[in-house]
Design a protein around this ligand. Structure first.
Ligand code: NAD
Length: 431
């Protein structure tokens, strides 16, 4: 911001990042790309300002008759390239700064992969595991009503994220339709298939991690067969990536989730682990592996590390310890900027979130297109198109990294920011 605008703005704005927050990480990542943006670099400031931030109160009647109030958000970070697109997270640690960062990463991801979307994200600060199914439905419906004025198939299209799934998307779609009188399926993606959802969407993010991972391993001359893979998070993204890597002959040597960590140097059976998690709610106590201390997960000898839980997990200390040669970011924002520097100095390649986990939003894009056309594709068509789009983006990012001599993350940000800021410049500043 220039000095005069800064003085006129006054005070401390919510857009000013605290150093260690996810929003701070996002801003630092933008700053690393800015010197490479040439004549567009003067526009970079716009990425520090989310276009629209909505904070809502979500009051619901609890099963015991009391009234609970929950704080919810929907942030539209940038809409220069199209309607907002990004998931909704239900988690007890959700904050506005976190949702702003996640929305910013969606802006960059959608541009890096070249989808016709801007970036958005939503969240409710709630522990969904402490709610009954009826309470969860009431939270979902009231939250959807509150953010209703700013969402829509051509405005902003939510999707699943941490602790939200196809059922929650069905409730969101139904609430939107009840409020608007429309029969609109394209307002959310990640819906059940028989309600206008897309085949392949549930597994799309993990599949994208696998496809990008194999491409990165080819570039690094690392065979997938026999590779030792450690994964943080065994939810939608982590479990699918684990299954696909194991199916390709890799050994999943350790998995950590919110309840604990397990290891097996010979490789964990992913099908048995998935059944155990289904029964027990987490990976802890799995008889096919040895229980390890949570922190010991980061020391497990491995070739590939897949953080697929939450942001900020790969800290500087953990980056200094990991034995992996390749980090595949299944989660959004798992690596803090200091850890990026340490990994780069140790010669460890990071396939950044904005490419590596973009399979999910890519199939969300397919779902949105199919909903408009009311014509649905086969799963093979979807998986082929997914692989083509993410691989194409990955190769462009790899070439940009080589050309500019920067890490893959900065290369992805350069490519994405060029597209976003060009769109911004061509639209011009309203009014
Ligand atoms: P999920 O709710 O299905 O699973 C989350 C997993 O992370 C669970 O196994 C949970 O136990 C684990 N976890 C949570 N907190 C943890 C902690 N402190 N330490 C270790 N493990 C922890 O969520 P998901 O959809 O798999 O999302 C995981 C990440 O991937 C998030 O960063 C999300 O934003 C990102 N992502 C998801 C999608 C998608 O399509 N679902 C798309 C792109 C990116």
């Amino acid at each position: 911001m220039n000095e005069r605008a800064s003085v006129l703005n006054g005070g401390v704005s919510y857009v000013r990042p605290s150093a260690t927050s996810p929003w701070g990480t996002f801003i630092a990542q933008v700053e690393r790309a800015a010197p490479f943006l040439g004549p567009l670099s003067y526009l970079t400031e716009t990425l520090r300002w989310p276009k629209r931030v909505l904070i809502v109160d979500v009051p619901i009647e609890m099963d015991d008759g009391s009234i609970g109030h929950f704080e919810g958000y929907r942030v539209q970070h940038n809409l220069s390239r199209g309607p907002g697109k990004g998931g909704v997270r239900f988690h007890p640690a959700v904050t506005l700064e976190e949702v702003m960062a996640l929305a910013g990463w969606m802006t960059v991801k959608n541009a890096a992969i070249n989808l016709p979307f801007g970036g958005a994200k939503g969240g409710v600060r709630i522990d969904p595991k402490a709610l009954s199914s009826k309470e969860l439905e009431r939270v979902t419906r009231r939250y959807t009503s509150e953010i209703g004025p700013i969402i829509g198939p051509q405005k902003d299209i939510p999707a699943p994220d941490v602790n939200t799934d196809a059922q929650i998307m069905a409730w969101m779609m139904d609430t939107y339709d009840m409020n608007t009188g429309l029969a609109s399926t394209g307002v959310v993606t990640g819906k059940p298939v028989h309600l206008g959802g897309s085949l392949g969407r549930v597994k799309a993010t993990g599949r994208g991690v696998f496809v990008v991972g194999c491409a990165a391993m080819r570039r690094l001359a690392m065979p997938v067969e026999g590779a030792r893979v450690a994964i943080q998070g065994f939810g939608n993204v982590g479990s699918v990536a684990a299954d696909l890597f194991a199916g390709a002959g890799a050994r999943i040597v350790a998995i950590q989730d919110s309840g604990g960590a397990i290891a097996n140097a010979n490789g964990l059976s992913i099908a048995e682990l998935a059944a155990h998690r289904h029964r027990e709610g987490g990976v802890s106590g799995f008889p096919g592996g040895e229980t390890i201390e949570r922190e010991a997960f980061w020391d497990i000898p491995c070739d590939v590390l897949i953080p697929a839980a939450l942001e900020g997990q790969l800290t500087a200390a953990r980056a200094a310890r990991t034995t992996a040669r390749l980090v595949l970011e299944g989660a959004n924002g798992p690596t803090v900027p200091e850890a990026d520097d340490i990994l780069a100095s140790r010669g460890i390649t990071v396939a950044p979130d904005v490419i590596c986990n973009a399979g999910g939003v890519t199939v969300s894009y397919f779902e949105w297109v199919q909903d408009f056309a009311s014509y649905f594709w086969t799963e093979d068509e979807i998986n082929d198109r997914l692989a083509r789009i993410v691989l194409d983006a990955f190769e462009h990012v790899w070439e940009m990294a080589a050309k500019r001599n920067v890490p893959l993350r900065t290369a992805a940000f350069i490519l994405a920011c060029e597209r976003i800021l060009k769109a911004h410049a061509e639209r011009g500043l309203y009014p």
